[in-house]
Design a protein around this ligand. Structure first.
Ligand SMILES: NC(=O)c1ccc[n+]([C@@H]2O[C@H](COP(=O)([O-])OP(=O)(O)OC[C@H]3O[C@@H](n4cnc5c(N)ncnc54)[C@H](OP(=O)(O)O)[C@@H]3O)[C@@H](O)[C@H]2O)c1
Length: 166
């Protein structure tokens, strides 16, 4: 599957690398493709990665979501987006306050920012080092909670969770 990872930081680089090892095609959409070198040829602009991908992982600071939406534009239409973001008040007090005031939870807030996309909350609950240090599937692999209104998207997300070994 073609997976576009938006944000090549701790969570994005970790999960993208895991999916590459499991046989998926991955591109990293970043603001600085020339600087982000996870592997040669894998870094693109956000717009390129969104257009290329069949499914996306949103792995940017939560407050950057509207910027990602503006950059990606209509390429987001119909795409499944695994949303790993969190309203982390110490890091992004303004975005966290906005979501708290909205009263919807961050998953619905992100879905509102990405009209036309199908959002699944995923991979937001486990520290990246734990994902990185997990070897093999089995009873000790972390469970990944998923949430979405779309059953087909949930099933796809669950498959990508299993493919990643969780
Ligand atoms: N770290 C974890 O263990 C963990 C676990 C679960 C969930 N999360 C959540 O995952 C999200 C990412 O966290 P992280 O720890 O991976 O952060 P991080 O290491 O700082 O990485 C964030 C990435 O987003 C990129 N970015 C920022 N603004 C952007 C924009 N407007 N357009 C495109 N890319 C942009 C940054 O790239 P540049 O600034 O270089 O462009 C950076 O590569 C957060 O919402 C966090 O709450 C993190």
């Amino acid at each position: 599957m073609r997976i576009g990872v938006i944000g090549a930081g701790m969570i994005g680089a970790t999960l993208g690398s895991i999916w590459i090892r499991s046989g998926h095609e991955v591109r990293f959409g970043t603001r600085h493709p020339e600087r982000v070198k996870i592997r040669d040829g894998l870094s693109q602009t956000v717009a390129e990665a969104v257009s290329w991908a069949e499914v996306l992982l949103l792995a940017v600071p939560l407050g950057a979501t509207p910027d990602v939406a503006a950059t990606a534009g209509t390429a987001l239409m119909g795409k499944i987006v695994l949303d790993a973001t969190n309203p982390f008040a110490q890091r992004e007090p303004e975005a966290a306050r906005e979501i708290e005031a909205a009263g919807t939870g961050s998953g619905q807030w992100v879905a509102q920012q990405l009209p036309g996309a199908v959002v699944v909350k995923a991979f937001n609950t486990v520290y990246f080092q734990q994902l990185r240090n997990t070897t093999g599937t089995g009873p000790n692999a972390p469970g990944i909670p998923l949430a979405s209104d779309n059953e087909a998207a949930l099933n796809l997300a669950a498959q990508l969770v299993r493919d990643a070994g969780f």
